[in-house]
Design a protein around this ligand. Sequence first.
Ligand code: MG
Length: 164
Amino acid sequence: MTQALLRIGLGYDVHAFSADRALILGGVSVPHDQGLAGHSDADVLVHALMDALVGAMRKGDIGRLFPDTDPAFKGISSLLLLGHVGELMRGEGYRLVDADTVLVLEQPKVSPYRDEMRANMARALGVDVDLIGVKATTTEGLGFAGRGEGVAAQAVVLLQRDAS
Ligand code: MG
């Protein structure tokens, strides 16, 4: 009987707000008067999810996989990078059991876009949308998120692989 190997992964990311940028969260262009600064499209939610997946695979972090010094990743859609992480996951013999994420921001309200974010990330990863959770919270005005200086995101994933 093969035994299942279970791995959990935790991801965390922060990006600062910046004028003249689109706000991309979970692959959705969310209407707002500013976006997030970053080398890629600065999709903080997808970055946290990718780091959780890479962490569960014990493959370091997304900074190692996709260096922000590499011009190939400048302005790139983070959903494309998530697709690469999905391929890596399958290549390593892992299956996503479940994932949950949380956005931490004061503005804008993102709940109308939640299901679109879930669908985008599930499609990029090649998994059922039911496996991807997205929610959001404020920090009651406290800290950098509360002051509207940036957005944080956290993700947790559970991966399964046949033990060899
Ligand atoms: Mg990032």
